[in-house]
Design a protein around this ligand. Structure first.
Ligand code: NAG
Ligand code: NAG
Ligand code: NAG
Ligand code: NAG
Ligand code: NAG
Length: 556
């Protein structure tokens, strides 16, 4: 049992062990198995609730040296008190967003936030986004904000590309190290979350963008069966174009790995020798070499999770695993943002978008993954969305929807229609359409990628935010945590302190594509562009074709 107040003796011990900060009355101890203790901090929100925070808890041995490009190994137990009061390091990456935090290859840590160390509360494990290349357990928002709703939250780091995903596409270097990190973190939660007031039988995994891809892949992976019970996927599914390495790309990850290797002096065509050499390369040098190779090749979406049977994280393509029905049957809450990819639309003159430009923007989108049948896909999309439309403003509007659909929305809907009939589970779909107050960009761009995260992790200490933002934040957090607690975002039994316009968010089904439109006032509707489900199924087939096809060959 956790004893969460500090005795005088303990205080002395802690002062001796951790020299940088002396213990204060806000310090708190969580007691894990076998005498392991963690020293965390207690803080309070302006709204009065307390939260206990434990940062930088190692769940794996440092994945360095001989352990680089290998499955993670569980961290050793310790004795006595480990200081977990300060946010830890993040995994190596070249993103500017995270440049202010300390990076280290020894980054396999997680943080736990709890409102009550002695309870048995539902748990949310958050898997961050960042295209498998960037981000951290801190980047998507402050997961501790959700503890105010009576849940325990865990936020994890996992290895990013190149460290998490380089692969020779054989038994020597199968890839997926970052995904195995996530699995090990989930096992850590099963083993230890009771010590933080969490219930290991009520675990929801959640994520945004590559975090949502990850959640969807964990649902399909045989390795994570039984480790969680519900799932939240914001802008991402296993069927999304960039969720995994797909066959129909110009540049394969093994070629990419060879190119990166060559640029750091690892030139062997023998995978074992290449691996040995890559294990010895300085981490910074490897990171920069991978980024430089991506820039030179003009692709940014390479070095992703992949199908392999060595570790067996993803033994087959998601569409096949789903079709075979052998995956974790869990409740899901998922959706996307109304303007996901609109930031890619150049319309500085504000004169709209021509039919030709519509196609050019799509060509640029799919080029990020170097899909060989890019042109055919673009043609399919243009025909499906444009009709005879010639008004440049209407075309721009259609383009905003089409980009949002094809990056994230359509693949989520397709996945949903394939799993929704599993008995005993419930599924909820949303479109996020609330533009934060004070947003400077034009309204036609709607809500862009990742913009919903600030409402999911809305911080009560953000006192200067507008009343409308606060209402949406509270409503989203109530809805999300209701799902985490009850499997239903708007249960009749729960008090709907969710705002005056709280609506009943019904289950998604094949016959009613029920969609919660999250706005200043929310409403439910039937998803209006149902044609995208079939369209995306076609596109997914084309993403898997390894030869160049003609448009007429894929029609019908
Ligand atoms: C938590 O439980 C322990 C052991 O059951 C007890 O000693 C302690 O007082 C409890 N703490 C709180 C805050 O309830
Ligand atoms: C489903 O997958 C598990 C591994 O997670 C395997 O043991 C089992 O045999 C599979 N069942 C079927 C029906 O394929
Ligand atoms: C690759 O290198 C390893 C280690 O040097 C060696 O044992 C193996 O036989 C080589 N494989 C091939 C196919 O040459
Ligand atoms: C497009 O225009 C053609 C020729 O004017 C017409 O036959 C067709 O019905 C129109 N299609 C749509 C979707 O409006
Ligand atoms: C439900 O919310 C209302 C308004 O916020 C409040 O007055 C009421 O006490 C709450 N009921 C319960 C059971 O929590």
């Amino acid at each position: 049992m956790a004893a969460n107040t500090l005795g005088a003796q303990l205080l002395l011990a802690i002062t001796l062990i951790c020299c940088q900060r002396s213990a204060t009355s806000d310090d708190v101890i969580a007691a894990l198995d076998k005498g392991q203790q963690l020293l965390g901090v207690k803080t309070s929100w302006v709204t009065g609730e307390s939260v206990y925070k434990f940062f930088g808890i190692p769940y794996a041995l440092p994945p360095i040296g001989a352990r680089r490009f290998e499955p993670p190994v569980a961290a050793l137990e310790w004795t006595g008190v480990k200081d977990a009061r300060v946010p830890g390091v993040i995994c190596p990456q070249t993103s500017k967003e995270e440049s202010q935090r300390l990076q280290s290859e020894d980054c396999l840590t997680l943080s736990v936030f709890t409102p009550d160390l002695n309870a048995s509360l539902p748990v949310l494990v958050w898997i961050h986004g960042g295209g498998y290349h960037a981000g951290s357990q801190f980047n998507d928002g402050d997961a501790s904000t959700l503890t105010r709703y009576g849940i325990v939250t865990v936020s994890i780091n996992y290895r990013l590309s190149p460290f998490g995903f380089l692969s020779t596409e054989d038994d020597v270097m199968p890839g997926n190290y970052g995904m195995l990190d996530q699995v090990l973190a989930l096992k850590w939660v099963q083993k230890n979350i009771r010590s933080f007031g969490g219930d290991p039988k009520q675990v929801t995994i959640g994520g945004e963008s590559a975090g949502a891809f990850s959640v969807a892949l964990q649902i399909l992976s045989p390795l994570s069966k039984g480790l969680f019970h519900r799932a939240v996927m914001e802008s991402g599914s296993a069927l999304a174009p960039a969720a995994i390495e797909r066959p129909g790309t110009q540049i394969r990850v093994k070629d990419f790995t060879a190119i990166v290797g060559a640029s750091v002096g690892c030139t062997s065509a023998n995978s074992s020798q290449l691996l040995q050499c890559l294990k010895g390369v300085d981490a910074d040098r490897l990171k920069l070499a991978a980024t430089a190779a991506e820039q030179k090749l003009g692709v940014s979406l390479i070095g992703l999770p992949r199908v392999e049977t060595v570790y067996g994280f993803l033994p087959d393509y998601p569409k096949n695993l789903i079709a075979n029905g052998n995956y974790s049957k869990v409740d899901t809450l998922r959706g996307f943002n109304a303007g996901e990819w609109s930031f890619a639309i150049q319309d500085n003159d504000n004169n709209g978008v021509t039919r030709l430009e519509f196609s050019l923007f799509f060509t640029a989108l799919f080029h990020l993954s170097s899909f060989i049948n890019n042109d055919v896909i673009v043609e399919l999309v243009a025909r499906a969305y444009l009709g005879n439309e010639t008004d440049p403003f209407k075309i721009r509007d259609i383009l905003v929807s089409a980009l949002a659909d094809l990056t994230f929305g359509a693949s989520s809907l397709l996945e949903l229609t394939k799993i929704v009939d599993q008995p005993g589970t419930q599924h909820y779909f949303y479109e996020f359409n609330y533009i934060p107050s004070g947003t400077a960009r034009p309204a036609w761009m709607r809500v862009v990628h990742a913009e919903e995260r600030q409402f999911v992790f809305f911080d009560p200490d953000w006192t200067s935010r507008s009343v409308s933002d606060k209402t949406v934040g509270q409503r989203v957090q109530t809805t999300w945590t209701n799902f985490i607690k009850y499997g239903d975002p708007t249960p009749a039994s729960a008090n709907s302190s969710a705002g005056s316009d709280a609506v009943r968010w019904g289950k998604f089904s094949k016959s009613n594509l029920e969609t919660l439109q999250i706005g200043a006032q929310s409403a439910t509707e039937t998803f209006p562009r149902s044609f995208v489900i079939q369209l995306y199924e076609k596109i997914l087939q084309i993403l898997h074709m390894t030869t160049i096809v003609k448009f007429d060959d894929v029609i019908g």
